[in-house]
Design a protein around this ligand. Structure first.
Ligand code: NAI
Length: 410
């Protein structure tokens, strides 16, 4: 019988296609429930989005589980340490919605320059207000990008294509794309930008990075966009700057406290202020992003199940080897204590197997070793490796795999 992966929460069906390519049988359900208990007992993989909680208790009830795919960005719905203690790599897709966010940013920049939301809601309320006052083209305006990573760099390309001058600040040196220029400080960026768009992650260094002081350094009438994380911009300071007319408008997609349920009510001090675009954290929410996420996470799960690659795992060290189908491949996940590697080598040598390729990576607690050895069906080596007290989990991948993933877990 082929191994099974259970996909929950309406994950895009490009995931099924990718897993089936490696002969994994895909089953579907909305959520974990008693109705799928039998499938879960056998499942080697489980795919979830943000609503399924895989806590320690749930993970312990899934004896065959080899890998978890979080078909989203965040992974805090999974007990990552518990999964790592069972040698279960957890994969996610941090960058599949980059383009969706960048496109939203461009849309918002134009909307702010033309006061589009105010004009449109005025019409809905029955007011015809034709005026060029305060309306601008974006061509020739200066866009400041704070954080020139995946999203910031995409915004840079799109903005230049529309005739904007692009400056950016990043705490790492970053190769400028097109004619963009890196500036030496946040202060310089704030003072030079007609529009500031924020694309740094949530870290202790970025919390309230855009506070009243920073906003005060921005040009009078400038626009500010935050599609990154709610902790980065002080929204109360922003409300003051909008009410006093220091800022000309803002677009905010992320908030310090976001409702966990859809259809929740929402109120905020920014509500009702002119030229303020508020969106419910939808920067990355497009069909295309969902499809990219499904393909990306399914690819990582399939690679793990067929080749032992842990590249992209958020809770285990990352190892991979190029594919060598004539070899017996061993993935040994163990506690990171001295002496394990030499005993691993000695054990393999004792049964007369030659190691032909090896990759090792460790974090403070755990190590992953991926080995290609001469083909063998001698169970002795697997027994000894599996029985080492430091072993967390042992996966083997047989040479010339038949029509199913060949991982066998000890
Ligand atoms: P990334 O990791 O590719 O880029 C972040 C950049 O910020 C890096 O170049 C980094 O060097 C820079 N950076 C970090 N700390 C900094 C500091 N203190 N000062 C200056 N630069 C700093 O991240 P990516 O994918 O571009 O995402 C950016 C943000 O967008 C993240 O906060 C992410 O959570 C958020 N995001 C929001 C979405 C939404 O739905 N609104 C969807 C996807 C991402």
């Amino acid at each position: 019988m082929p191994p099974t992966a259970l996909l929950l929460e309406g994950i895009h069906d490009s995931a099924d296609l990718r897993l089936q390519t490696d002969y994994v049988d895909v089953q579907r359900a909305d959520r974990l429930s008693d109705a799928n208990a039998d499938i879960l007992k056998e499942a080697i993989g489980i795919g979830i989005r943000s609503r399924t909680n895989l806590d320690a208790e749930t993970l312990r009830k899934l004896p065959a589980l080899s890998t978890v795919g979080c078909f989203c960005i965040g992974t805090n719905q999974v007990d990552l340490a518990c999964a790592a203690d069972s040698g279960i790599p957890v994969f996610n897709s941090p960058f599949s919605n980059t383009r969706s966010v960048a496109e939203l940013v461009m849309g918002e920049i134009i909307c702010l320059h033309r006061k589009l939301f105010d004009r449109s809601s005025g019409m809905h309320q029955g007011h015809w207000k034709k005026s060029a006052s305060g309306a601008h083209e974006i061509r020739g305006r200066t866009l400041g990008i704070l954080g020139y990573g995946h999203i910031g760099a995409q915004v840079s390309i799109l903005a230049e294509a529309m005739g904007m001058r692009v400056l950016y600040h990043d705490h790492q040196p970053k190769l400028p794309l097109g004619n963009a220029s890196q500036v030496d400080s946040l202060d310089t960026l704030l003072r030079a930008s007609d529009v500031l768009t924020v694309h740094v992650p949530d870290t202790p260094l970025t919390q309230h990075m855009i506070d009243a002081d920073a906003i005060g350094k921005m040009k009078s009438g400038a626009f500010l966009l935050n599609n990154a994380r709610g902790s980065i911009v002080d929204l109360s300071a922003l409300a003051v700057a909008l009410r006093t007319g220091h800022l000309g408008g803002v677009a905010i997609d992320v908030f310090p406290d976001e409702p966990s349920e859809n259809e929740s009510s929402f109120s905020h001090e920014l509500c009702g202020i002119d030229n303020v675009i508020l969106t419910p954290h939808i920067g990355g929410s497009t069909r295309e992003a969902q499809e990219n996420i499904a393909r990306d996470v399914a690819e990582k799960m399939a690679k793990f199940l067929t080749t032992g690659s842990t590249i992209g795992a958020v809770n285990l060290p990352e190892v991979a080897l190029r594919e060598r189908p004539d070899q017996l491949r061993i993935l040994h996940i163990h506690h990171n204590v001295p002496g394990v590697l030499s005993r691993l080598h000695a054990t393999i040598a004792q049964v007369g197997l030659n190691i032909n390729a090896e990759a090792l990576d460790s974090n403070a607690h755990r190590s992953c070793v991926l080995l290609d050895v001469d083909p063998s069906d001698d169970p002795a080596v697997f027994k000894v490796l599996g029985a080492m007290p430091e072993t967390i989990r042992l996966h083997t991948f047989l040479p010339n795999p038949p029509e199913s993933p060949s991982a066998q877990t000890v």
